[in-house]
Write a protein that binds this ligand. Structure first.
Ligand SMILES: [Zn+2]
Length: 423
């Protein structure tokens, strides 16, 4: 008689020892966000150890009670700091080509219209994406995601929005779905067909909105191509009432929503987002008392994108006001070729402190737990037991204030995603 074969599950155990400070953010896996001032008090353990089993956090504690157990790998952190891996809840990572040729024009003070006339602006990226084959676009995405992993980004949202027609929006979303199983990070796909009105529909915007709500959104929902639907609710792009139509359609087809809001003026985007129960409203450089009041009472996350304000020399979002009014604040990179050609969340951390006066601990919570909540993903964003072992080991620092203080240095030493070192 043949012996019955049982599958063998090999448990790989790793232990990190001698951690100066282990920032779990929260010990309780059922705490999904910290709001307002509590963001400045993330849970941490001094002189700690951490055990990882396969791809998850298994246990942790103080070195005072450390018992050596059988493990496959011991990593002596030599008094480095460990924080959860960054979560980037707002990116436009999938684009073809770059727009560095606009740099000198920008420095010389050319207007956006002049830059567009010279072959720049969002529509130049749209043209490039339309003429780029799916395979090439996939390679492009891979190349950036690899760099993002090494810079500490362990989960990434990616938007479409450079196709602006059925065929090319679907192409972008398909590429994101194909990237999901081949990169170490967790990815989330967002349909942003409402990024801009395509040139073809300049004088018939209602037809494009119908195309979005009656053709694209139903198809995307049926095929499972996106996790979220986003809309650019700004003057010159989509009005508040047009945005409502798009979000209503997303709701109807069971997709969660987010909004680009209040970057250039009081666009009504915050009101639209809160009304449609958006997971987040993003940008928020221009906020009035009404908008802050809405966010103070809401579980819609206020996602701030300081690299965009830095690159465009805009006023920064009023982070302190949001924190003082008990909003749930998160930070993201807005990585895109036109207004934030940087995916570096470590730099976002520095800008959040130096330019928006967020405390280093508040910014850390915003880049991890709260960013995960902006994607409603409860598997990432903290080092609670049972969550993915996504973490960053930082060396040569013994407190988080050194991050904005030595703003020209990068203290990231190693990055782990789902239990595996990626650098
Ligand atoms: Zn954006």
């Amino acid at each position: 008689m043949k012996a019955k074969k049982f599958p063998i599950f090999v448990v790989m155990k790793k232990v990190l020892t001698n951690i100066h400070t282990l920032y779990l953010i929260t010990e309780n896996p059922n705490i999904y966000f910290l709001r307002g001032k509590t963001m400045g008090e993330p849970f941490s353990i001094k002189n700690a150890w951490l055990v990882i089993e396969n791809e998850k956090i298994a246990n942790y504690g103080s070195m005072d009670n450390f018992v050596v157990e059988q493990v496959d790998e011991v990593i002596d952190c030599e008094q480095g700091i460990v924080v959860p891996g960054f979560v980037d809840s707002h990116t436009h990572t999938l684009f073809a080509g770059t727009r560095d040729h606009e740099m000198v024009m920008k420095l010389k003070g050319f207007s956006y219209e002049e830059i567009t006339k010279q072959g720049g602006g969002i529509f130049s990226t749209v043209e490039k994406v339309r003429e780029t084959a799916e395979e090439k676009l996939l390679e492009h995405g891979l190349q950036y995601l690899e760099k993002m992993a090494r810079s500490g980004t362990t989960a990434v949202e990616i938007k479409s929005g450079y196709g602006l027609d059925f065929e090319n929006e679907i192409k972008m979303l398909r590429v994101i779905q194909r990237l999901k199983p081949i990169v170490p990070q967790t990815l989330y796909a967002t349909f942003l067909g409402a990024h801009a009105i395509p040139k073809k529909y300049k004088h018939h915007r209602e037809i494009y909105i119908q195309e979005l709500t009656q053709r694209m959104i139903p198809y995307i929902a049926a095929e499972g191509l996106a996790d979220f639907v986003d809309v650019f609710c700004e003057t010159g792009f989509f009005t508040a009432s047009e945005s409502c139509k798009i979000l209503e359609s997303a709701h109807q087809y069971g997709l969660k929503v987010k909004v680009h809001a209040n970057e250039l003026d009081l666009s009504g985007g915050v009101q639209v987002g809160v009304k449609w129960n958006a997971v987040s409203v993003d940008h928020l450089e221009c906020l009035g008392a009404k908008e802050i009041e809405l966010l103070q009472n809401s579980n819609t996350v206020a996602t701030l994108l300081p690299t965009t304000a830095f690159y465009l020399r805009l006023n920064y979002a009023p982070a302190r006001k949001l924190l003082e009014n008990n909003a749930i604040v998160s930070l993201a990179s807005d990585f895109n070729p036109g207004t934030s050609p940087s995916f570096n969340l470590y730099f976002v951390w520095i800008l959040a402190c130096l330019q928006m006066k967020m405390l280093p601990e508040e910014a850390l919570t915003a880049l991890t737990l709260n960013a995960a909540y902006a994607l409603r993903d409860f598997q990432v964003g903290s080092l609670a037991k049972g969550k993915y072992a996504n973490l960053i080991l930082m060396k040569s620092i013994n407190n988080l204030s050194k991050i904005p203080y030595f703003f020209g240095e990068n203290f990231i030493h190693k990055v782990m995603i789902k239990g595996k070192w990626v650098c």
